[in-house]
Write a protein that binds this ligand. Sequence first.
Ligand SMILES: [Zn+2]
Length: 398
Amino acid sequence: MPTTYTDLIADVRKQTKEVSLDELKRRLETKEPMVLLDVREKEEYRAGFIPGAISVPRGFLEIQIEQRVPDKNAHVVAYCAGGTRSALAAATLQSLGYTHVETANPGFVRWKDLGYPMEPPQLTDSQRDRYSRHILLPEVGEVGQAKLLKSKVLLLGAGGLGSPAALYLAAAGVGTLGIVDADVVDASNLQRQILHATSRVGMPKVESAAIALKDLNPDVKVVPHQERMTSANVERLFEAYDLVVDGTDNFPTRYLVNDASVFLGKPVVHGSIFRFDGQVTTFVPDKAAKKLGINGGVGGPCYRCLYPEPPPPHLAPSCQEAGVLGILCGIIGTLQATEAIKLLLGKGEPLVGRLMTYDSLKMQFRGLRLRRDPACIVCGPKPTITTYIDYEGFCAIG
Ligand SMILES: [Zn+2]
């Protein structure tokens, strides 16, 4: 039995497998599968850490580890500043039943001195405070929150669906929000378009949106695009963004958005509403699936897989006369924002190849499978549509 601290550490070190920093660096470079566990205090982790490391301070190890690392056969490499705390942590993990535990020797202080790669501090103190409820979620954490802050989302429309989506994305700390809308705020919008306000009637919607969003969260850069989307500007608008939240419910835009999504490899979260019903789906083309690692790199159907061409104008629903339950926009727009956040974080199962429908009168959600058309005219192997088409003659609601 060890009798002193020195004996205890010597004993623990004998029982745990050690990894040199050079070997750890090599494994990182070759992307060997492992769980890199930083057992230092939160403050030390926040000042910088080894890329990919998850933070579980030693004092919380027993309480948190099974939630953070459920697989007891995972290959775990623990590190601390100098190698002592991580050796103790490794011993604890072994006693909890983890079978492949190693400890880095010496530790982060030396790693940093050697100039090996490290993640710089992620968030400021005020951001840690603002996003604390996100940071507490292991699926988000500081790394996920920093990812959101670096993300760029383009919102098509600052109307019924764009309003709640923009508010929640801004609140969540999505760092850049581009908003495309050519309209001005009208009193009849305010029944559902909660981004705007009575005092801003007559103001361009993109300006009104920027005021509301900046007031909600000054971390967010709002980029106003006061223009209608056409074949001439769609690529310029899409280019700078990671994903698109589409809340414009008209056929010409829907097809432009779809084709740009396929051509440029941008995911699109699509939402639409009609009277008491709404629906949401997420289009992820192959290129985007590969980039984001969704669905094993295989994309889902595109809009043209389902509806290759728009209906003739005289058969399209006349939206001028269609009413919409205002609060329905809140549900659908918020579902769209949820999908966007999941895609940006790379967590959960997006609505790829699935359509979620919502009937507010029956209070019923349904999920429908959407199939990819192997001979699709835009996302298939032999596309016949390779440039943008401006369809005419449809109205817009939102
Ligand atoms: Zn398709």
